[in-house]
Write a protein that binds this ligand. Structure first.
Ligand SMILES: *Cc1c(COP(=O)(O)O)cnc(C)c1O
Length: 419
């Protein structure tokens, strides 16, 4: 086993030791264009700590085999390690049991699973699904596919000019045909944190289940699905410092129990004959075929890692950085923040007056600063804002004030170049 899993506490006492955190991420010591890397594209994907990389390599080198099938030693070891992560994720989200945790390829697949299984079974023509204008395409397109198939109706909850979710206007959209509310926990463009507990409360008061897209939620703040009471919660491993190819669908036990399989194959069946096939109980019913074994183990290591630091400490650190970024950017003329909600998480999107976002991104890149430019898979939101593209700096647990300074200095250079 790797020795790098033994690490000193990063958060002993009141101080958040960001330099110690940075040392855990090998890639952060590399340079790009002969400059130190300043990685601010965490909203798209986060970098990986050594414990995740080593954990995956250790498994491949010493404990790899297919899961759930073999009587042999390695298969049982692999199965134990794979299934242990289910329990870890359940505790991470405070789910009632690990049977409520379904592994998927990512958040996108998890939402598609709900649309394809729950949606096909329970939604009919004229039934309504309520989204918000801030949604990522992953929480729009699966419902549009279902609309094309079934004739369901999509309703879109609005935001105000600052990016605050308008709870009253949302409540007005809930009607006798509303069958599901499916919303981001945190907007991946505006950083707005939705009042999810309140949303679940008002939806449940009307008997409407709630799906939360937690890609930008569970990565940046503690999440307790039981306290929230949501019916479904999804997130992607790769945004939580884990590998790609693994994501999570949390579904309340009674919801999952009522859902038919959506993909067929090995591992999800109880018995198969050409006449009749019976299916396993959730969550295995939804995991057809060989899963992402090593990636799941990597996700487990990532969860251990963030919990070692603590989501509450990470959230405090990132919010301080966000406040500093707002302050620095406000000091540069011609920068317009996009998204200034009262409750805001670690995302800072903006436009530079008179300069195309792609040019901003390219100039920042040459300074070693990695940001996202474009519509960030939220094209309807950008249309709503009347913007073709924005620049997005998104923070992670390893970012520091110097990263914000590098961003600000890069933007001052952009202004000079285009001034
Ligand atoms: C990244 C993201 C997704 C999609 O996640 P994948 O890992 O690409 O499946 C969905 N919703 C939000 C809010 C995101 O940020």
């Amino acid at each position: 086993m790797s020795t790098s899993t033994a690490r000193a506490g990063h958060n002993v006492g009141a101080e958040y030791d960001v330099e110690a955190v940075q040392r855990d991420f090998p890639i952060l010591s590399r340079r790009v264009y002969d400059r130190p890397l300043v990685y601010l594209d965490n909203g798209a994907s986060a970098q990986k700590p050594r414990v995740v990389i080593d954990g995956m390599r250790d498994m491949l080198e010493g404990e790899y085999a297919n899961v759930h099938r073999g009587v042999h030693y390695l298969s049982q070891r692999a199965t134990d390690r794979y299934e242990a992560v289910r329990g870890k994720v359940a505790r991470f989200l405070n789910a009632e049991s690990e049977e409520e945790i379904v592994f998927a390829r990512g958040a996108t697949e998890a939402i598609n699973l709900v649309a394809a299984s729950w949606g096909r079974r329970f939604l009919e023509a004229g039934d309504e699904v309520v989204l918000s204008v801030m949604e990522h395409h992953a929480n729009i397109v699966p419902w549009q596919l279902l609309r094309a198939e079934k004739g369901i109706v999509l309703k879109v909850a609005p935001i105000d000019a600052e990016g605050n979710f308008l709870l009253d206007r949302f409540v007005d959209l809930l009607g006798p045909r509303t069958r599901l509310v499916s919303l981001a926990h945190v907007s991946n463009v505006l950083g707005s944190v939705l009042p999810v507990a309140e949303i679940v409360r008002v939806a449940h008061a009307r008997g409407i289940p709630v799906l939360l897209d937690g890609c930008q939620g569970a990565t940046h703040m503690p999440v307790d699905v039981r306290a929230l009471g949501c019916d479904f919660y999804v997130f992607s491993g790769h945004k939580l410092y884990g590998p790609t190819g693994i994501g999570v669908l949390y579904g309340r036990a009674e919801r999952l129990a009522a859902m038919p399989p959506y993909q067929g194959g090995g591992d999800m069946i109880a018995s198969v004959s050409f006449e009749e096939t019976t299916f396993k109980q959730p969550p295995h019913r939804f995991e057809a075929g060989t899963p992402a074994i090593v990636e799941t183990v990597g996700l487990g290591a990532a969860i251990d890692y963030v919990q070692g630091i603590g989501l509450a400490a990470i959230e405090r650190h990132e919010r301080r950085l966000l406040a500093y970024a707002h302050e620095r950017l406000a000091g540069i003329p011609g920068i317009q923040l996009v998204g200034q909600a009262r409750e805001k998480s670690a995302i800072c999107s903006f436009v530079v007056e008179g300069v195309h976002a792609h040019d901003v991104g390219t100039i920042l890149d040459r300074a070693g600063v990695a940001v996202r430019v474009g519509h960030h898979c939220a094209e309807p939101l950008h249309s709503h804002l009347g913007l073709a593209a924005t620049v997005r700096a998104s923070f992670a647990l390893y970012n520091c004030r110097a990263d914000v300074d590098a961003l600000a200095n890069g933007l001052i250079a952009v202004k000079e170049m285009f001034g």
